[in-house]
Design a protein around this ligand. Structure first.
Ligand SMILES: *Cc1c(COP(=O)(O)O)cnc(C)c1O
Length: 386
């Protein structure tokens, strides 16, 4: 079935039996289990990392509302299973802990989301990293103790596209993690190209309305079991209200992504032609791995940080804010905010310049957005000239 159909029905198959047209929200922190044998059995099943048991036992071990969202997401990504977390960073942390238990070296593609870059680079998890930019560098970076190859495509914030199959082919059997936050399952399914772990900051397009902080990993049943064990131990669980909102947002995910993508395509070409813009970064989909360019683009204003700051202040409709994938259009300055913790020399090398702004296109009318952008660019220019 097509993504639109899957998105509407995923994770809802048991609702008819419950006579519940909408998924119920279970906020219980604990569950009564008078029979000790049954309690032990359920406890052991969940501690083994099984996705379900006779009783959820305790909210850190299992939650039925969260489970429904996991089933839905696995269906959308075409994986056996999925495991939900409190945030995208919690999902990445759990995956790093699970994949690098014995082999503590990671090969990671730059650029990455600034938080991920910092998590891997600064070492609270006891992980060592070798940075690469191109798939051809992976073979030379692999070590006997490499536990994971990590990448984002399209990349945050420069929107580069990496060939997942090429990376899998040169990774010598080491698991490949793909952060699929920017593309969403509507435009890209990394598992179909050999990725072992597909990670989302569900805070972004999956939630889609700027009101949920969440993360999720789509993967095999075996890997999911280990991730659940890590989640039980570290406590980075998704709240059931977040899971409910996420599941509620999935039926409109394809609509939202495709509408915002159409607007972003128009804005990218208008920015490209604008006299104050020196560079527009927007993915070039090949149609095979990436089925569309998506709704995030970056553009560089002529005049560096002074002009970029003036543009941000002059905008009236577009919201200057970090995050992305919401109903409203957001713009932010990667060098100063999301990628602040990345070394300055590395930022320069990656093209994360002082004049670069990242735009996450929302669901407003394209011409209303363009008028706001064009007016802010003109006013920033006029003020610099004055
Ligand atoms: C936002 C983001 C993250 C971190 O997710 P949180 O939900 O904020 O913890 C990870 N990767 C990418 C690509 C992101 O955009």
């Amino acid at each position: 079935m097509e993504t639109e159909t899957v998105a509407v029905h995923a994770g809802r198959s048991e609702l008819a039996a419950l006579n519940a047209p909408a998924p119920p929200i279970d906020l219980s922190s604990t569950y009564p289990i008078p029979d000790l044998d049954e309690a032990v059995e359920a406890f052991e099943a969940l501690a083994r990392g099984e996705p379900e048991a006779e009783s959820p036992v305790y909210a850190r071990l299992h939650n039925p509302t969260v489970r429904r969202f996991e089933v839905a997401l696995a269906e959308l990504e075409g994986t056996e299973d999925a495991v939900a977390f409190a945030s995208g960073m919690a999902a990445l942390t759990a995956t790093l802990l699970a994949a690098c238990e014995e082999r503590r070296h990671v090969v990671a593609f730059r650029p990455l989301y600034g938080g991920t870059d910092h998590l891997v680079a600064c070492g609270p998890l006891g992980i060592e990293v070798t940075w690469v930019r191109e798939p051809c560098e992976v073979a030379g970076a692999l070590r006997a103790d490499t536990g994971l190859v990590l990448l984002e495509t399209p990349q945050n914030p420069t929107l580069g596209v990496i060939d997942i199959e090429e990376v899998v082919a040169v990774s010598g059997g080491v698991s490949v993690l793909v952060d699929n936050t920017f593309a969403t399952p509507v435009l890209q399914n990394p598992a179909a190209h050999g990725a072992a772990y597909v990670v989302h900051s569900a805070t972004k397009f999956l939630g889609g309305h700027g009101d949920v902080l969440a993360g999720v990993v789509a993967t095999t049943s075996e890997r999911a079991a280990r991730l659940r064990q890590v989640r039980i131990l570290t406590g980075a669980v998704m709240h059931p209200l977040a899971a409910y909102l996420l599941h509620r947002s999935l039926p409109t995910l394809p609509l939202r992504v495709r509408f915002a993508q159409a607007t972003a395509t128009v804005l990218a070409s208008r920015l490209e032609a604008h006299e104050s813009v020196t560079r527009v970064l927007y993915p070039q989909p090949d149609g095979r791995q990436l089925r569309g360019p998506g709704a995030v683009l970056s553009f560089e204003v002529d005049g560096g940080i002074r002009v970029a700051a003036r543009v941000l202040r002059a905008l009236e409709l577009i919201t200057p804010a970090v995050s992305l994938g919401s109903t409203d259009t957001l713009v932010q300055h990667p060098a100063g905010l999301t990628h602040r913790l990345v070394d300055d020399a590395v930022k320069a090398d990656l093209g994360i310049t002082d004049g670069l702004l990242r735009l996450s296109v929302g669901l407003e009318d394209v011409d209303d957005l363009w008028h706001d952008l064009a007016r802010a660019l003109a006013s920033a220019r006029a003020r610099i000239a004055a």
